[in-house]
Ligand binder design. Structure first.
Ligand code: ADP
Ligand code: ZN
Ligand code: ZN
Length: 726
C-alpha cells in the first residue's frame, strides 16, 4: 500500500509515515488528518513513498484528506525545507508554523467566492442630483455601479470607509451583493502621480534591466521617495501576470500603506497580512494569494511564507528593522528568507532603508548585493533637518529637559508648529527607589526592575507582565519617601503639561495605543493639527508623514553607547535617523535637538552630518577588529529552567560536546543571559561563531544530535541562527 510522509507539529526532526487506504487519493502538499498517540492531528503530506522503515503492523492510516484547500505548492514546501535545515528547527514544526492557524485545524473552509455589487431597481431610479452632497463615498460607489457590476475589491479600493458605506447602501435597498464570475483579474490601472527624480528613475531602471535573481539594496535617505520606486517596480510586474510580495515591519502603519497602494493601483486586488487580523480573515486572504487572485501581498514577517504562484518581485521595506526576526519558535529572519525565496524563484528582490543593517550594507560593499542610492529628498522643497546636540553633561535638567529644549518647544508653540519629543521608554519612571535604604522596585520573578506607571498607580514588569500596586512605604525599611528614578513617556507628558499648560499634548506609546484603532484616531488628530506636542517611543519614529512637524527633541539616548549589546549603537543611529526624518518633510524646515552628554561621539557627529556611510564605516572597522558580524556567523544556544545549576550544567555539557567536534568554529564560555532571570526561570547561553556560514552549518549538523541526546527534561533550550538578541 502507498505510504505518505507527513509533517506534524511535533518537536522531532522527522516526518511521520502513514498508510493511504485505497479509497483515498493524496497529493504532496495536501493537508491530512492522522492519528498521533490518542489524538487526531492535522499535518501536511511532504512525500509519497512505496515503503516504510516502520514494521508493517505499527503503521497507522491516514484518516481524512482535507481537500477543501488546494495543496501547498512544491516551491513553498522546498522553501520550508530550506528554513528547517538552515535554522535547525524540526521540519514538521517549521511547516505547521508557516500555515495560517485555521489551516492547522480540521475545521472545514468555507470557500468564500469573491462577491460583487449591482444596483437594485430602486437604486437605478435614484436621482443623483438629489443625493446628499456630504455622502461623498456613497456617491462614488453609486456612480461606479451605474457603469455595471463591480467587485467588492474594486469598490473597497475607492475609500477606506467604503465597506461601511456599502452596508448603508445595501440596507437602504439601493444595491445588492452577487457572486462575481471567477477569473483572476489581470487588467490593472496605474495612477501616475509624480515625475520620478533622476535618482528614482535610475534605481527603477537598474532593477528593470536585470533578469532572474538579483538582490538590490535601496539606500535612500528619509523622504527620498523609496515608496515611489517600489510603486513603479510593482507597476511593471502588474503589467505582466506577476504577483508582488512587500514585507513591512510589525507596525501600526499597515492600513495607511494599504490605502496608499490601493489608490495607486485601484483595480488590483491587494491583501494585507498582519497581526491585527482574525484567524478567519487571515486564511481567506492567504487563499486569495495562493489562488493567484491577490496580486499584491503586503505583510509583516509571517507573510514571507504566503504561497504565491506568480511571484515576480519581492520588496522588503525598512530592511534593517529587528521585527523581521522572529524571536521564538522558528527563529527566522523574514528578510533573509525573502532573499532565499527570490533566488529560488529567480526574481529580483529590493531591500529598502535609510539606515541599512550592517549585514546588508557590507553585502552591498563586497558586491553581493547591488547598491542603489537615493541621496536627495524627493519633494523639491523638503530639506533634511538641521541636527544639533545639547550638551547636558554640565547642566541640571528639569524633569528630563534642558532649558534649550524647552525654549525650542516654546518657539514651535508660538509659531503654531508641531513638535515631537522622543524617548524610548514607556511608563512613568524606569524604577522606584527608597531614599532612605536604597531599596529598588525589583520584579519578584525576574532580574529586571518594575516600571512605575502613574496613570493607574502600578508597578509593572515589562519582561514577564507581573504587576502590583505602588507601595505606600518602602517594603524593606518602612520609609514613606519613595522616589521615581529616571524618566519615561508618562513623566515627560506630565512635565510638558506642567510647563506648557496651554499646549495640546499627546502621548503615543504601546500603552496608549493598545486598544485597536486608537492609533488611527490619534493619527487623524495629529494630521488635523489638533496636537501641538507629541511624546512618544519608536512607534512614532517610523514612516509617518506629518507635514506641520518642525521639531524633534530626543531625550536620554546615551544608554545605547555603553550597552553590552554590540548592536545597540547601530540600532540607536537607525532610530535617531528615522525619528529625525519626521521633521521638516514639507515646506517648513525641520530641526532636531539631541540631549546628550557625549556630543563628540562619532554617532552624533555622523547624525549631524547625515552621513550614514561614515558611521557604517566606523562600525564595520570596529566589528572587523572585534570579530563580530557581519564578519563572522553566529549561533546562540540558549537554555532556561527553574534550577540555575541544571541550566548551566546543560550548557556546559553542550559546550564539551562542541569542543569534541573537529571543526573550525570558535566556542565561547557559558554566560548568563543579559536578563539572567525571567518569569522565575534562570537563563543562560552559549555562543558559537565561525568565519564562514558553511563551516557553521556543518558544525551545527554534527552538534544538534548531541544536544538532543543531552538530558534536559526540565529545561527549555533552543538554537538561534544569526541571533539579533542576546
Ligand atoms: P521614504 O520612504 O524614502 O522616506 P517617501 O516614499 O515617504 O520617502 O516619500 C517622501 C515624500 O516625497 C512623500 O510625500 C512622497 O509623496 C514624495 N515624493 C516621492 N517621490 C516624489 C517625486 N518624484 N516628486 C515629488 N515628490 C515625491
Ligand atoms: Zn527603604
Ligand atoms: Zn518580571
Amino acid at each position: 500500500m502507498p505510504i505518505v510522509r507527513v509533517a506534524l507539529d511535533i518537536p522531532l526532526s522527522t516526518l511521520f509515515d502513514y498508510l493511504v487506504g485505497a479509497e483515498l487519493s493524496v497529493e504532496v502538499g495536501q493537508r491530512v488528518v492522522v492519528p498521533f498517540g490518542r489524538k487526531q492531528v492535522v499535518g501536511v503530506v511532504m512525500e509519497l513513498a512505496e515503503s516504510s522503515e516502520l514494521t508493517p503492523g505499527r503503521i497507522k492510516s491516514v484518516e481524512r484528506v482535507l481537500d477543501d484547500v488546494a495543496p501547498l505548492p512544491s516551491e513553498l514546501l522546498k522553501l520550508l525545507r530550506f528554513c528547517s535545515d538552515y535554522y535547525h528547527y524540526a521540519l514538521g514544526m517549521t511547516v505547521m508554523s508557516a500555515l495560517p492557524l485555521r489551516l492547522r485545524t480540521q475545521e472545514p473552509m468555507v470557500n468564500r467566492q469573491e462577491s460583487g455589487y449591482i444596483l437594485t431597481a430602486s437604486g437605478k431610479r435614484l436621482d443623483m442630483a438629489q443625493f446628499p452632497k456630504r455622502r461623498v463615498v456613497q456617491q462614488r460607489i453609486l456612480q461606479a455601479l451605474q457603469q455595471g457590476m463591480q467587485s467588492a475589491t474594486q469598490l473597497r479600493n475607492l475609500s477606506s470607509s467604503a465597506a461601511a458605506n456599502l452596508k448603508i447602501l445595501q440596507d437602504a435597498g439601493w444595491i445588492e451583493a452577487q457572486a462575481m464570475p471567477e477569473t483572476a483579474a489581470l487588467a490593472h490601472r496605474f495612477q501616475e502621480t509624480y515625475r520620478l527624480t533622476t535618482e528614482q528613475q535610475q534605481a527603477v531602471d537598474a532593477v528593470k534591466q536585470t533578469s532572474g535573481y538579483a538582490c538590490f539594496l535601496l539606500h535612500g535617505i528619509t523622504g527620498s521617495g523609496k515608496t515611489e520606486v517600489y510603486v513603479h517596480l510593482m507597476n511593471r510586474v502588474l503589467q505582466g501576470e506577476g504577483q508582488i510580495l512587500l514585507l513591512v515591519p510589525e507596525i501600526n502603519l499597515t492600513p495607511q500603506l494599504e490605502n496608499y497602494f490601493r489608490s495607486r493601483f485601484p483595480e488590483t486586488e491587494l491583501v494585507s497580512l498582519h497581526s491585527g487580523l482574525s484567524d478567519g480573515e487571515r486564511v481567506q486572504k492567504w487563499l486569495r494569494a495562493q489562488s493567484g487572485h491577490a496580486r499584491i501581498v503586503l505583510g509583516t514577517r509571517l507573510a514571507v511564507f504566503t504561497p504565491l504562484p506568480k511571484l515576480g518581485l519581492l520588496l522588503v521595506d525598512e530592511e534593517h528593522d529587528a521585527s523581521f526576526k522572529q524571536q521564538d519558535g522558528l527563529k527566522y529572519s523574514a528578510r533573509d528568507v525573502a532573499i532565499f525565496r527570490a533566488s529560488q524563484r529567480g526574481v529580483p528582490i529590493v531591500l529598502g532603508s535609510a539606515t541599512p543593517s550592517l549585514e546588508s550594507y557590507y553585502n552591498a560593499q563586497i558586491g553581493r548585493y547591488h547598491l542603489l542610492k537615493l541621496a536627495q529628498r524627493a519633494a523639491a522643497q523638503a530639506e533634511l533637518p538641521q541636527v544639533h546636540c545639547i550638551n547636558v553633561s554640565q547642566i541640571p535638567l528639569r524633569e528630563g529637559f534642558s532649558p534649550a529644549m524647552l525654549g525650542a518647544l516654546q518657539a514651535r508653540l508660538d509659531r503654531k508648529e508641531q513638535s515631537l519629543v522622543f524617548i524610548n521608554r514607556r511608563g512613568y519612571a524606569p524604577v522606584l527607589m527608597c531614599t532612605s535604604c536604597g531599596w529598588l522596585s525589583g520584579c519578584a520573578n525576574c532580574a529586571g526592575k518594575l516600571v512605575l506607571h502613574m496613570k493607574d498607580r502600578r508597578l509593572r514588569c515589562h519582561h514577564c507582565g507581573h504587576q502590583e500596586r505602588v507601595p505606600h512605604a518602602c517594603p524593606s525599611c518602612g520609609n514613606v519617601d519613595l522616589q521615581a528614578v529616571g524618566v519615561g513617556t508618562q513623566r515627560i507628558e506630565e512635565a510638558l503639561q506642567a510647563h506648557f499648560p496651554e499646549a495640546r499634548i499627546l502621548r503615543v506609546d504601546r500603552d496608549s495605543t493598545r486598544n485597536k484603532g486608537s492609533w488611527l484616531v490619534m493619527r487623524r488628530q495629529i494630521e488635523a493639527g489638533e496636537i501641538d506636542i507629541l511624546v512618544g517611543t519608536q512607534i512614532l519614529a517610523k514612516g509617518h508623514d506629518f507635514p506641520n512637524l518642525t521639531l524633534v527633541g530626543v531625550l536620554n539616548p546615551d544608554g545605547a553607547l555603553y550597552s553590552m549589546d554590540f548592536r545597540a549603537s547601530e540600532k540607536l543611529f537607525a532610530q535617531l535617523a528615522q525619528v529625525a526624518g519626521r521633521a521638516g518633510r514639507a515646506e517648513k524646515p525641520g530641526e532636531v535637538l539631541v540631549q546628550t552628554a557625549f556630543p563628540d561621539h562619532p554617532l552624533y557627529r555622523a547624525l549631524r552630518a547625515h552621513d550614514f556611510e561614515a558611521w557604517a564605516q566606523i562600525l564595520l572597522s570596529e566589528r572587523q577588529a572585534a570579530g563580530f558580524p557581519p564578519f563572522v556567523y553566529q549561533v546562540l544556544l540558549s537554555a532556561e529552567g527553574k534550577r540555575e545549576n541544571e541550566v548551566f550544567s546543560f550548557l556546559q555539557q553542550a559546550r564539551s560536546a562542541a569542543m569534541e567536534l573537529v571543526s573550525s568554529v570558535e566556542v565561547y564560555s557559558v554566560l548568563p543571559s543579559v536578563l539572567p532571570k525571567r518569569a522565575n526561570h534562570f537563563r543562560a547561553q552559549l555562543l558559537v561563531q565561525a568565519d564562514q556560514r558553511k563551516a557553521l552549518q556543518e558544525f551545527l549538523r554534527q552538534w544538534k544530535p548531541s544536544l538532543e541526546a543531552l538530558p534536559a527534561q526540565k529545561l527549555r533550550w533552543s538554537l538561534d541562527i544569526d541571533p539579533l538578541e542576546f
